[in-house]
Design a protein around this ligand. Structure first.
Ligand code: PAF
Length: 281
């Protein structure tokens, strides 16, 4: 495994693979890797000849009061984990390498599906993700890119601009990795106090109960209200509890396959989770 920190270095490393028509897979990450990220790499390993993992904490997707400065940067530990799961190249550029020192005048903005859910609390976040992911696609030129379903809205946004702009890349979503108690793995779980870490799995429990309730015929509005009240009683401050189609369209009733979404804060940590619920007609 090789670590490249420059665009030129990575391009040179990938030249032979490209000439030999090898399938290149990209796993974009911000580092501080956990089993969720490693599952993406394992999936990439199965489908691709060459696996590139990018590690870059992207400043332009963080809001002014968010955790850009304190976001954990753990390259040494990440490299060990990536070596074990068979990554070929880590691409770990500096901010200057990615953005240069000339002003950036181009933006990529997906409308509609970014207007609410996480987009409401995090204005500009998805533009920042779209720009950096597009840059990574242009730098690495992968055939396939892998993203976690935990960030379901992000995955929908990426699929959308790839389709809208005819980017020749297959996007693969990989299911959420969970701790034994159900908490969705996230680099931000490291911010939780011991007490809040014990409370956090309630989010997943609520989603599972909601799934059962819906499949037993309870009304969608009541099920969502029930999640909200359980979380509030447990000490969460709710950002949103919503049900959408897999394409993120709003729905009033459970009459098709849907996705349940939760974003809630416990202490100062904002957690997100989701569950795809099958409608068995
Ligand atoms: O999901 C993430 O870790 C980031 O949003 C991504 C896709 C690596 C872009 O910075």
């Amino acid at each position: 495994m090789k670590i490249e920190s420059t665009i030129q270095g990575l391009s040179e490393s990938l030249k032979t693979a490209r000439t030999n028509q090898k399938i290149i897979g990209l796993v974009p990450t911000m580092g501080n890797l956990h089993q969720g990220h490693l599952n993406l790499v394992r999936e990439a390993r199965k489908k691709c000849d060459i696996v590139v993992v990018s590690i870059f904490v992207n400043p332009i997707q963080f809001g002014p009061n968010e955790d850009y400065d304190s976001y954990p940067r753990t390259l040494e530990q990440d490299s060990k984990l990536l070596e074990e799961v068979g990554c070929d190249y880590i691409f770990a550029p500096t901010v200057e390498q990615m953005y240069g020192n000339q002003p950036r005048l181009t933006n990529i903005s997906v409308s509609g599906i970014t207007a609410d859910l996480c987009g409401l609390q995090r204005p500009g976040h998805f533009d920042g993700v779209a720009v950096v992911v597009t840059k990574l696609f242009n730098i690495v030129r992968p055939e396939i890119a892998f993203f976690g379903e935990k960030d379901f809205q992000q995955l929908a946004v990426i699929r959308q601009f790839v389709r809208d702009l005819n980017m020749p890349i297959e996007i693969t979503g990989v299911p959420i990795a969970r701790a034994e108690d159900g908490l969705a793995l996230s680099s931000r779980n490291g911010y939780l106090s011991e007490e809040h870490r014990k409370t956090a799995p309630i989010i997943h429990q609520c989603l599972k109960i909601a799934e059962q309730d819906l499949q037993q015929g309870k009304k969608l509005a009541d099920v969502l209200a029930n999640i909200a009240s359980t979380l509030t009683q447990a000490g969460f401050v709710i950002d949103y509890v919503e049900a959408r189609t897999p394409e993120l369209q709003k729905i009033e009733e459970f009459n098709q396959n849907i996705v349940l979404f939760i974003a809630a804060k416990i202490g100062t940590t904002r957690l997100i989770d989701n569950l795809q619920v099958q409608h068995n007609a």
